[in-house]
Design a protein around this ligand. Structure first.
Ligand SMILES: [Zn+2]
Ligand SMILES: [Zn+2]
Length: 338
């Protein structure tokens, strides 16, 4: 029997129509084996613009972590950005027509010098270095007074909209607040007003007690499957300390975030055979200082094709995998380095 559940954070209804065939074992046979694809890739490619040795003076380097040719993370301006960083976002707003000049910051993080790696394979020290780079650039982008919102995200693999093999992530600094974050803000604000508490704090406390959808926790972070996740294996990484912005994390929390990322992505790598995926940091900015109702978190969305697949019609989601089953699979997936 199928069930219909409500996702309280996004205000979406999701139809869960569990499909016996929607298990990772079956996935393996049907999907191209992404683990083999990655293993066949060289560690360095002569024609990859992100590989060490192929740096160009016109790259528009924002900063690097690590010196010269031995960088560990490199942050550069996106050459194909759809927005311009040196434009003033002049507004032309009338009642029906709202337009502003295309100001925006769009940078690329080259996550690691290795061409053929991914978060699951990177040593936790390298993930920590990447998290420090994220945090540093996030603060820098927010310090631009024209920026109203910053989005930190990763599209890995063709199915996730990733265009380059070399592991990389991106950040946008925008003069507007995008729809998706707006919805989440409104839902958390509404809950805060009626229940006088943070929705995510309450959900997290409940998930930590119930444990059914839990994947992993350490001192500062917890990863679980949402009660009504919009697609199979769509999971969250949530800081235990209430905070509206990723900008506020401490060095100790960055270390624990790296540990949580390592575990979660390794489990995903093995259970789902190195799936293409997206992640996005759902976080507010310093402009929202005092926004007690919002709790920042990371949304991780594996892009997997499953029989009886995910469909989406006019705001209604159909998910063939129950979050409890997905969480159990990931919890029970052994990873060698943890
Ligand atoms: Zn490369
Ligand atoms: Zn909270």
């Amino acid at each position: 029997m199928s069930v219909i559940r409500k996702n309280l954070i996004t205000n979406d209804w999701v139809i869960f129509a569990p499909n016996r065939l929607a298990r990772p074992k079956e996935l393996k046979a049907k999907e191209q084996d992404n683990i083999a694809v990655l293993a066949a890739r060289p560690a360095h490619k002569a024609d990859c613009p992100f590989c060490p040795g192929n740096e160009k003076p016109e790259d528009g380097v924002v900063f690097t972590i690590g010196e010269g040719g031995n960088w560990r993370v490199r942050v550069i301006e996106n050459k194909f950005a759809s927005v311009e960083r040196n434009v003033e976002p002049h507004k032309r707003f009338t009642h029906f027509r709202k337009e502003l000049d295309g100001f925006g910051i769009h940078d690329v993080f080259i996550d690691n010098p290795l061409h053929n790696t991914t978060l699951a394979l990177m040593p936790v020290e390298d993930i920590t270095t990447l998290m420090r780079a994220y945090h540093r650039r996030y603060l820098e982008v927010l310090s631009n007074e024209r920026v109203k919102h910053a989005v930190l995200f990763k599209n890995q693999g063709i199915k996730a909209g990733g265009s380059l093999e070399h592991p990389h992530s991106q950040i946008y600094g925008l003069p507007v607040v995008p729809f998706e974050i707006n919805v989440r803000m409104r839902e958390m604000e509404r809950y805060f007003e009626t229940d006088d508490n943070c929705l995510m704090c309450d959900i997290m406390r409940d998930e930590l007690t119930q444990k059914e959808r839990l994947i992993y926790e350490n001192t500062s972070f917890v990863s679980f499957m949402s009660y009504a996740d919009l697609s199979p294996y769509h999971l969250w990484i949530v800081p235990k300390k209430h905070n509206h912005s990723f900008a506020k994390v401490t060095e100790q929390e960055l270390l624990e975030l790296a540990d949580c990322m390592k575990v979660v992505f390794s489990k995903m790598f093995h259970a789902l055979h190195n799936p293409d995926f997206n992640f996005v940091f759902q976080s507010l900015t310093h402009h929202d200082e005092g926004a007690e109702y919002f709790h920042w978190y990371i949304s991780v969305i594996p892009q997997i094709k499953i029989k009886g697949g995910i469909s989406y019609a006019g705001g209604l989601y159909v998910n063939p995998v129950m979050p409890e089953d997905a969480a159990k699979t990931l919890r029970e997936t052994a990873i060698s380095n943890k």
